[in-house]
Design a protein around this ligand. Structure first.
Ligand SMILES: C[S@@+](CC[C@H](N)C(=O)[O-])C[C@H]1O[C@@H](n2cnc3c(N)ncnc32)[C@H](O)[C@@H]1O
Length: 259
């Protein structure tokens, strides 16, 4: 499990917020949840939005990172912040809403995980999830290729995913036997990033964490890897005339209602 840096993570707040808010707007309007869980809540930004939207609900933010939760706890909100692993999620009371933004991509075996989470819901409950497209994207390909191509390759072998995520149709097949409705879609955002090494900086908050942690105690390998990655990313994502760098970023959305 990577160590999260809330400061780097918060730097791109606007771009990270947008898909979460897009997901929130697709939660069925007639849902009046009494129990809400935000799984992988991070610094709690969206958990707080949920608690403000549903003032009478019990709202829980669960995350495995003590660092992220420490930031979340600073928020003035009626939320129970809980340190724990989504893989072991077993709520005492069935939730009416499970919201999970940009977290489940860190967990394996979605064919078991997604139905298992939906099965914890109360009848009529809603599972609302967003995960980024990773393996298939140009920037992930560049990270993988760079990680496999240098003196750091062996040390990083375990950090590299070896297979693409399942197709959206597979998720439909996993969820539809349990649900009355399954709404799936993808959205491609074009991030307009500012500053030097903008793509590298963006990635350093999330996707790069497992790679950098693999060489955390080998500063020369780490520096070499990051220098080579910077070179390849700059070549692929050049700065534009106005100084910005564009990063296409696609995300997958899932809103399913338990039967
Ligand atoms: C990219 S952040 C998203 C945070 C928040 N949902 C947001 O949208 O800002 C991913 C979060 O998932 C958490 N996470 C990853 N794997 C987890 C697991 N197995 N159990 C609990 N939390 C996990 C990380 O600690 C991190 O805070």
């Amino acid at each position: 499990m990577p160590t999260w840096d809330p400061a780097v993570y918060e730097r791109y707040k606007a771009y990270r917020d947008r898909p979460a808010l897009d997901l929130l707007t697709q939660i069925p309007r007639d849902l009046d949840p009494a129990e809400i869980w935000d799984l992988g809540c991070g610094t709690g930004e969206h958990t707080v939005v949920l608690s403000m939207r549903h003032l009478d609900a019990n709202v829980y933010g669960l995350d495995s990172s003590a660092e992220m939760l420490a930031q979340a706890r600073k928020r003035d909100a009626q939320v129970a912040w809980i340190e724990g692993d989504i893989a072991a999620f077993a709520p005492a009371t069935p939730p009416d809403l499970i919201f999970t933004n940009a977290a489940l991509q860190w967990l394996p075996d979605h064919g078991r995980l997604f139905p298992r989470l939906v099965e914890t819901l109360a009848p009529g409950g809603v599972f609302a999830c967003q995960i980024p497209v990773q393996f298939e994207t140009t920037h992930h390909r560049i990270i993988r290729e760079t990680a496999a191509d240098g003196p750091w390759a062996e040390t990083m072998a375990d950090a590299r995913p070896t297979a693409p995520a399942p197709r959206m149709e597979r998720y439909y097949d996993w969820l539809s036997p349990l649900c009355d409705s399954v709404d799936l879609w993808t959205t491609a955002y074009i991030h307009v990033l500012e500053g030097d090494d903008a793509v590298l900086d963006w990635l350093s908050g999330t996707s790069l964490l497992p790679y950098v942690e693999a060489v955390a105690f080998e500063p020369e390998l780490k520096a070499g890897f990051l220098a080579e990655l910077r070179r390849r990313l700059t070549e692929q994502f050049p700065r534009r005339e106005d100084g910005t760098t564009l990063l296409p970023f696609e995300r997958r959305f899932f809103v399913a209602r338990r039967r």
